[in-house]
Design a protein around this ligand. Structure first.
Ligand SMILES: [Ca+2]
Ligand SMILES: [Ca+2]
Length: 225
């Protein structure tokens, strides 16, 4: 059984009773009585770092279900939900971990998490700004407007490809593709930015044309989020 709670700073926290029930926020340790069906060792859990937002620390600790002191991709995925309560795609979570995993451990520590949280909050503002009809997703014209205002000169054909690529689920050839939800919108924007910058690097005279070999082309596309 899961519940969600909202506050003014973020709509994107998801917690389940199983986490909350076994986590003792007062002592900062797991409650052995509720979790004795899972015998395991309890690593030392330090308290929040000096100056840490106590609420953010509490979320972090609740999401860190194995008490390792860092969030794995799957732990983080459990914590991040879109406005319609759908979980972030694994691809989006992996991308976020890659961006914020400062020590390349493959996991997110509390300092990384605090920066990631701020980043998501900023993107929420961007998303709300471009979701002009308040549908909770970014549709064709909204996507075109977003890309244009970010400075990306994408043709209608490219915008259509983008829309189909990031639309949730299977898309029909009839009618417009469904809108892009929050986490996919972030991924779409980061991907367009990454690919544009990779192209600009090889387009040294900035005329919109570049010569690159197979190896370079593959490197660019395979390292894009
Ligand atoms: Ca963990
Ligand atoms: Ca919309």
């Amino acid at each position: 059984m899961a519940y969600h709670y909202k506050d003014s700073s973020s709509n994107y926290v998801h917690r389940s009773h199983s986490h909350a029930g076994s986590y003792n926020s007062y002592t900062g340790s797991h409650d052995h009585h509720n979790s004795n069906s899972h015998p395991r060792s309890y690593p030392y859990q330090p308290g929040p770092p000096v100056g840490a937002d106590p609420q953010l620390w509490q979320w972090f600790a609740a999401v860190d279900t194995d008490g390792s002191g860092a969030l794995s991709v799957t732990e983080l995925q459990q914590a991040l939900v879109n406005g319609n309560w759908s979980h972030f795609d694994l691809d989006t979570v992996k991308m976020l971990v890659n961006i914020f995993d400062a020590n390349h451990s493959g996991t997110i520590g509390f300092a990384d998490f605090a920066r990631l949280w701020k980043y998501i909050a900023e993107w929420q503002g961007v998303f709300k700004h471009f979701d002009k009809d308040h549908s909770g997703s970014i549709e064709g014209r909204e996507l075109a407007e977003a890309m244009r205002s970010f400075g990306y000169n994408l043709s209608p054909a490219l915008l259509t490809i983008l829309q189909y690529k990031y639309a949730p689920g299977a898309t029909s050839a009839y009618g417009p593709p469904p809108g892009i939800t929050f986490d996919r919108f972030v991924r779409a924007c980061v991907t367009v930015k990454t690919l544009t910058e990779a192209f600009q690097k090889v387009d040294t005279d900035h005329d919109g044309w570049a010569q690159l070999n197979y190896e370079e082309f593959m490197k660019i596309t395979l390292t894009a989020p």
